[in-house]
Structure formats: C-alpha cells, structure tokens
Ligand binder design. Structure first.
Ligand code: GSH
Length: 217
C-alpha cells in the first residue's frame, strides 16, 4: 500500500502550481510510493482550506500545507544526507527556516501582486505597493545571504534549495523584468544553478523570463 495520496491540482489538467513542483520532482526522482491524484471524492471535500498541495494518508487523515507535506515526502528518502545537508539538528532547523521565509514572507507577497496583475483579484494600490516592497525586501535579504553562500544551507543542495527555487518561478516568468532581476544577481545565480537539479526533471529548461512588466491600473 502507498504511504498516501498527493493532490497537486485544484482542477484536473491545470498547470503545475508553484508549491507542487518540488513534490512531483521528489516522487519521480526517488520513486516514492506516493499516489498522485486529480481531485476525487476525497479532495477537496475532506480538506477544509481547499488548497493544494494536499496529502491524504491511507487511513483518511489529511495533511495540509506545503512545508509539512514536503518534509513528509523528504523523510521517505532513506539517506538523510541527500536532502538534509549533514542531517544535524542545526542544518535541519536552517532548512525549515528558509522554507518558511520563501513560503510565507516571499511567496505570499508575490501572490498578492501576481493575482492583481493577472486580474484574478481586484487591483488595490495599497496592498499592491505593500506586497511589492515586501518582495523587494525579502529578495535583498536572500541575495545578501547568497552572495556569501553558494546554497541556502551548507555546502551542497538541500531540501531548502529544492523547495525554495520554485517560489521564484512565477515572479521570473511574469513579473520581474531585466532591470529588476539585475538587482539580485546572487539570487539569479542560485536559481539558475539549483533549477538544473535532476529532481526538477527539466521543468525549468525552456523557461523564458519576463521581458517587461506592466503594472495594473
Ligand atoms: N500556505 C499554503 C498555501 C497553499 C496555496 O495557496 N495554494 C494555492 C496554489 S499554489 C491554492 O491552492 N490556491 C487555491 C486556488 O487557487 O484555488 C501552503 O504552503 O501549502
């Protein structure tokens, strides 16, 4: 029996979502015994927040939020040094810290002005400006760290890099023009290094960065 079912999509056939990219990569690369399902009789009905990724244990217990789901799948890989650096409590804690920074401080703010740019939510100048500033601030902090460090944690790629790189995907694709990207050279160097990991199975290979950005009115 599989260890559970991953629900990566809100609707069957939709494009792969940011927080799901690493999960599909981990399952495929490490041949994890996890089922991947389109919405079915369990999702979304048993998941109150109705968000993806979502995970369901064989007993029916739900697990929500991308960080715990990513950790759950990463723990299925038997050699702990592959994804958890030196597997020390210190590096494990750092990995979790970066995952939270990217998911909460960065991605949640990117989502605010991305959705307003796409017209999915109504344009609101105050929340737009505030989220834009927060993203700039976070990217500056990350860039400073990656100026001194090749990877987020330790000397090799860890789960932190693999979870966090996809968080830049939509920004680079749709929002951040060349002038904006040029302000964060270490972030760009890191993105272009880590996205070639075989775990992403070529997902980023044909990606084209935004050439211009038009703010909504
Ligand atoms: N904090 C949550 C955020 C999950 C989230 O916002 N997921 C988006 C897709 S990336 C979603 O399901 N949105 C609902 C929708 O688009 O219908 C997590 O880390 O899993």
């Amino acid at each position: 029996m599989s260890v559970g079912t991953l629900y990566p999509y809100c609707k069957a056939g939709e494009p792969t979502r940011t927080r799901v990219i690493v999960l599909l990569g981990l399952i495929k690369y490490f041949k994890l015994d996890v089922e991947v399902s389109d919405p079915d009789s369990h999702f979304p009905s048993e998941f109150v927040a109705c968000r993806v990724p979502a995970f369901r244990y064989p007993c029916g217990k739900p697990l929500t939020e991308s960080i715990p789901i990513t950790l759950k799948l990463a723990e299925l890989v038997s050699d702990k040094n592959v994804l958890f650096g030196d597997n020390s409590p210190a590096q494990r804690a750092e990995i979790l810290g970066w995952m939270q920074i990217f998911n909460i401080e960065l991605m949640n703010n990117v989502a605010v002005y991305l959705l307003q740019t796409l017209g999915t939510t109504k344009y609101d100048a105050e929340s737009f400006d505030n989220s834009w500033k927060q993203v700039e601030r976070q990217l500056s902090i990350i860039d400073a760290h990656l100026t001194k460090n090749t990877y987020l944690v330790g000397e090799k790629i860890t789960l932190a890099d693999l979870y966090c790189v996809p968080m830049l995907y939509k920004g680079l694709l749709l929002l951040w023009d060349p002038a904006f990207r040029a302000r964060f050279p270490a972030v760009m160097r890191w993105f272009e290094t880590v996205n070639k990991s075989p775990i992403f199975d070529g997902f980023f290979d044909n990606m084209k960065y935004a050439t211009e950005y038009k703010r909504p009115q």
